[in-house]
Design a protein around this ligand. Structure first.
Ligand code: SAM
Length: 161
């Protein structure tokens, strides 16, 4: 597969999994966390399918498209290893949906990062809440669930508390 093929599969799978996760958590009311703003494409999509005020962004340096830039009161600015514990102190285990797209170009580094960040993400999710990730995660108590039919296996993962 070319890098273009892999990129397209990741984008298609992100959209399919976010749409699916929003449908599956429709009865939950807690905040939605977007980990890794980047260009802001997935943040923008979340704001199209959810009330934008429900979406909080975790990013160390904001550099998104102007149309996809959250207001300051919806941003946890800094390293997720510091901002996720701060969010836990503020919200507790109430998040309806957490989306993480924090990885870079090195598959090996992404696995190591996923191992370290999983225990920091896990306590934020509400019972019944879902976590969508571009990388396989390493959770103690969250269970991996099936992808929607329009996602590509291995390009996205969904976990439920
Ligand atoms: N989903 C985004 C989109 O649709 O445009 C792309 C996200 S991009 C692949 C990953 C982002 O995660 C980068 O903007 C990077 O700065 C951020 N990031 C990576 N590690 C981080 C960390 N430890 N703390 C905070 N942000 C981090």
């Amino acid at each position: 597969m070319s890098r273009l093929d892999l990129f397209i599969d990741r984008m298609v799978s992100q959209r399919a999994c976010l749409d699916h996760a929003v449908r599956l958590t429709a009865d939950l009311t807690g905040p939605v966390f977007e980990l890794g703003l980047g260009n802001g494409r997935t943040y923008h999509h979340l704001c199209e399918i959810l009330p934008p005020r429900d979406v909080f962004v975790f990013e160390r340096a904001i550099a998104s498209h102007p149309d996809s830039t959250p207001s300051d009161d919806r941003v946890f600015l800094g390293d997720v290893f510091e901002t996720l514990p701060a969010a836990l102190a503020r919200f507790g285990a109430t998040s309806r949906l957490i989306h993480a797209d924090l990885g870079g170009h090195s598959a090996e580094k992404n696995v190591d990062f996923a191992r370290r960040v999983s225990p920091v993400i896990e306590p934020l999710l509400a019972p019944g809440g879902l976590m969508v990730s571009s990388d396989r995660m390493f959770f103690e108590d969250l269970k991996e669930i099936a992808l929607p039919s329009d996602a590509v296996p291995g390009r996205c993962f969904i976990y439920r508390r």
